[in-house]
Design a protein around this ligand. Structure first.
Ligand SMILES: [Zn+2]
Ligand SMILES: [Zn+2]
Length: 96
C-alpha cells in the first residue's frame, strides 16, 4: 500500500495512523497495534482451522482430512499422549 511510507516517514503508526509509532521489529506500529498483532497470533490456530490448514505446523490439509492437524503432527501428538498416559497424566494430553 502506498500510504505505508508516508506514515512511516512521519513516525505515525502504519496501522491506525493516529499514534506515534515505536519501531517494533521494523513494523512501525504503535503499542496498541503491536498488541493487537500479538493477539492475532493467539487466534492463529482458530484461523488456521477455518482455512483447513494444520493448526500445529501450518501445512495445508488434504481435502478429506477430518482432523485439524496434519498426519505428521498427529503422529507426534500421539507419541506425546502415549508418554503422558504412561506417567498416568492422561488429562494433560491435548487430544485433537
Ligand atoms: Zn496503531
Ligand atoms: Zn502439521
Amino acid at each position: 500500500m502506498k500510504d505505508y511510507q508516508y506514515y512511516k516517514q512521519r513516525k505515525l503508526c502504519t496501522s491506525c495512523h493516529r499514534k506515534d509509532s515505536r519501531t517494533i521489529s521494523g513494523k512501525s506500529l504503535c503499542i496498541a497495534c503491536n498488541k493487537r498483532q500479538l493477539d492475532y497470533s493467539k487466534t492463529r490456530r482458530l484461523i488456521r482451522a477455518e482455512n483447513r490448514i494444520c493448526i500445529e505446523c501450518g501445512k495445508p490439509l488434504p481435502e478429506k482430512e477430518q482432523y485439524k492437524t496434519c498426519f505428521s503432527c498427529r503422529i507426534f501428538n500421539a507419541e506425546r499422549c502415549a508418554e503422558y498416559r504412561e506417567r498416568k497424566k492422561a488429562d494433560e494430553c491435548a487430544q485433537a
